[in-house]
Design a binder for this molecule. Structure first.
Ligand code: NA7
Length: 493
């Protein structure tokens, strides 16, 4: 059955792809303007990352009061850092408070988006055959949502329970079990700190040790929550204070000036954390990375070094030979017998809205446009793909600060492009190829000089080894998002 709806006369029709944090943001903003929009969500619930990830220990490494919409501060956070289910509950609450749920079509996976040049509209196809015609598409489909399995021989032969962190099952055997945990990015570290006291034995396979940035952790009392409720400026004081926002600015200054004082300070914090927290010198050396702090995404933890020293934990830094039905065989012959194998091995970070097929002007596809690397002009728009807005799209500051702040700033930028359509100054906008090429040239040159390109592997790097992230400071991003440079856009009447 086809559900072909056309844009209403006099108003824009927008399709938002994804009901995670960014999609709900766009929906709230469009609803407040009284515009026509629909959110297409592949799953049966909202929440994106916070719906998908349910592993034990799941915590956001941005302080809770800074990981909310700026227009919807939240007094109820139990602690300085929020746990996954608490964040999911926040987004559920906001979705209902702003009346967004009736605008969401659940179990509606977008399979294709085709730009119709003559009509200046997108046809958005949904699995099962429906098609929706819209003036604007907002790709709010997330960054880390395609789990990456390790390419280790014999992975499928494991006879116990095997689970990727992003496909967690409640019945995963942990209590009293021999558990192997492969990977020690933010996810592996969080899982270890949550299960180490439940297991019989936990072997943490670390191909590369990680630098750990010590951070404060504390809970909020009922009195403090009451104070937040009574006076939201107390929340702002946390969100915008020197301890959080000041640190973000110093951090982004540091990643772009890798031999400067900010980076030296970050490195010293991490080094002292290792030296002062790990008592056994042999374990300390196992946990010492051979690359610079913040090259891989810096891990923020208040308890990792304490928890990794629990007697049930064995840190294995040798190379894995293969996985066998009963466990993991190391290159040196050591065999770890296991009941459960947890794969905290990350995500394919280059997918964005794909595998949906996106076809822009002249029949060009996003796959072709992104043959070398996924890219977007200032991370928001793509040449050749008119009226197509990406939130948390490629080349944005994914690893540097709150993705909610980023999405809000990107939305404010995009709104100014939408105004061109609303005011009938254009029927379509897209950045010019020249402007985008100039942006990419400068971005790539700068990215190679950031700490992310200082000699390690990580999901920040694209297929050519260039950091895919925004390579400039927080302030530079704020400035860039204030207003689009309209001369860099091709507008069609
Ligand atoms: P990450 O940060 O990509 O970490 C993946 C981990 O898995 C990392 O330690 C990898 O080691 C390890 N890994 C991957 N493949 C293998 C194989 N084949 N053998 C051994 N070890 C392997 O993913 P996370 O889920 O922890 O975090 C992703 C982001 O989510 C995080 O940055 C936050 O933004 C939230 P490597 O370092 O490559 O040697």
């Amino acid at each position: 059955m086809s559900d072909k709806t056309s844009a209403p006369a006099g108003g824009l029709k927008t399709v938002i792809v994804g009901a995670g944090m960014a999609g709900i943001l766009a929906a709230i903003k469009l609803k407040q303007r009284g515009e026509d929009f629909v959110v297409l969500e592949k799953a049966a619930r909202i929440g994106g990352t916070w719906r998908e990830n349910r592993y034990p220990g799941l915590t956001c490494d941005v302080p809770a009061h800074a990981y909310t919409y700026s227009f919807e501060p939240y007094a109820e956070w139990p602690a300085y850092y929020a746990k996954g289910p608490e964040i999911q509950a926040y987004f559920e609450m906001v979705t209902d408070k702003y009346g967004i749920r009736p605008h969401i079509r659940f179990n509606a996976e977008v399979t294709a988006l085709d730009w119709d040049e003559a009509a200046s509209q997108w046809t958005v196809r949904v699995a099962g055959g429906d098609a929706i015609v819209a003036d604007v598409v907002v790709a709010a489909s997330g960054v880390l949502h395609h789990p990456k399995l390790p390419d280790i021989a014999g992975l499928d032969s494991f006879a116990g329970t095997k689970v990727h962190s992003a496909q967690w099952r409640e019945d995963t055997p942990i209590d009293g079990k021999r558990v192997g945990l492969i990977g020690n990015g933010s996810t592996g570290v969080q899982i270890l700190t949550a299960i180490n006291k439940r297991v019989d034995k936990l072997v943490h396979f670390q191909r590369s040790p990680q630098w750990i940035m010590p951070v404060p952790y504390f809970t909020y009392s009922d009195e403090e929550r009451a104070a937040f409720r009574a006076d939201p400026s107390l929340i702002d004081a946390i969100r915008y204070n020197d301890e959080y926002l000041g640190a973000i600015k110093r951090f982004t200054d540091g990643i772009t000036d890798i031999d400067g004082p900010q980076m030296a300070e970050i490195e010293e914090y991490c080094r002292l954390n290792l030296e002062n927290s790990v008592r056994d010198p042999a374990l300390r050396e196992k946990l010492r990375p051979n690359y610079r702090a913040a090259c891989k995404r810096l891990i923020y933890s208040w308890c990792y070094y304490e928890e990794v020293q629990h007697p049930a934990v064995f840190v294995e830094t040798g190379r894995i030979e293969r996985i066998e039905p009963a466990g993991v065989r190391m290159v040196d012959g050591t065999f770890h017998e296991l009941d459960t194998l947890i794969l905290a091995t990350g995500f394919h970070a280059d997918r964005f809205i794909r595998p949906a097929g996106v076809t822009g002007t002249g029949g060009q596809t996003l796959d072709a446009a992104w043959a070398v690397r996924p890219t977007a002009y200032y991370a928001v728009t793509v040449p050749g793909f008119p009226n197509f807005i990406m939130l948390n799209g490629p080349t944005g500051p994914v690893g540097n600060f709150s993705l909610i702040d980023i999405a809000e700033m990107q939305w404010a930028y995009a709104e100014q492009l939408l105004d061109l359509l609303r005011q009938r100054k254009a029927r379509a906008f897209a950045p010019t190829a020249e402007a985008h090429a100039h942006y990419e040239e400068r971005r790539i040159a700068a990215a190679k000089k950031t700490i992310f390109g200082s000699g390690c592997t990580s999901w920040y790097l694209d297929a050519t080894g260039v950091p895919a992230s925004w390579p400039w400071s927080y302030d530079a991003f704020v400035d860039a998002m204030k207003a689009p440079v309209l001369e860099d856009y091709a507008l069609s009447a």
